[in-house]
Design a protein around this ligand. Structure first.
Ligand code: S3P
Length: 174
């Protein structure tokens, strides 16, 4: 089975929805941010602070390359993964790409608790930062064949909607 790859901005629900989706489909689950932290033996916050964003992106691309070689996984990716063409190429080789979306205010509410993992959102005006980054990144997230807005639906309903579309696409592909 192809991988199901969740793309999207921070706070759109990739990790929590991905975990639930994997359970429902009887698949294994991988989270690229978590893998990076395990490999680097430090948090994302520390990688950004001590080694810089470009080192983080390098680790991210290595991790993406590795998971792209697996099959039958639900893979949740960090919000910056689609910005690099090589990442999208690798992930789409053996995966169905699903983009999760949410409105900026909803994103801010969701990420506030764990801002440490999101050094890019630090600063005095997180809402305008989110709005700006979302606009800049839209074309990259729009590369996914399937897109789901999670702003006004709960996790279970998001999972259900993804499942319907993914299974339909898998049917077409086979
Ligand atoms: C980032 C998103 C974060 C994490 C890092 C950079 C981004 O992941 O990879 O802080 O560039 O959007 P989540 O999308 O899982 O929060």
């Amino acid at each position: 089975m192809k991988n199901i790859v969740l793309l999207g901005f921070m706070g759109t629900g990739k990790s929590i929805i991905g975990r639930r989706l994997a359970v429902e489909l009887g698949c294994r689950f991988a989270d690229t941010d978590q893998m990076i932290e395990e490999r680097a033996h430090k948090s994302i916050e520390k990688i950004f602070a001590e080694d810089g964003e470009s080192r983080f992106r390098q680790l991210e691309s290595e991790t993406v390359r590795d998971v792209s070689g697996w099959s039958g996984y639900v893979i949740s990716t960090g919000g910056g993964v689609p910005l690099h063409e090589e990442n999208i190429e690798a992930l789409s080789g053996n995966g169905i790409l699903v983009s999760l979306k949410a409105r900026p205010e909803v994103i801010l509410r969701r990420v506030r608790k764990r801002i440490g993992r999101r050094p890019l959102l630090r600063g005095p005006h997180p809402l305008s930062r989110i709005t700006h980054l979302l606009a800049e990144r839209k074309p990259f997230y729009d590369q996914a064949a399937i897109s789901i807005d999670t702003s006004d639906v709960d996790i279970q309903e998001s999972v259900r909607r993804i499942k319907v579309q993914v299974l339909e696409r898998m049917g077409k592909d086979s």
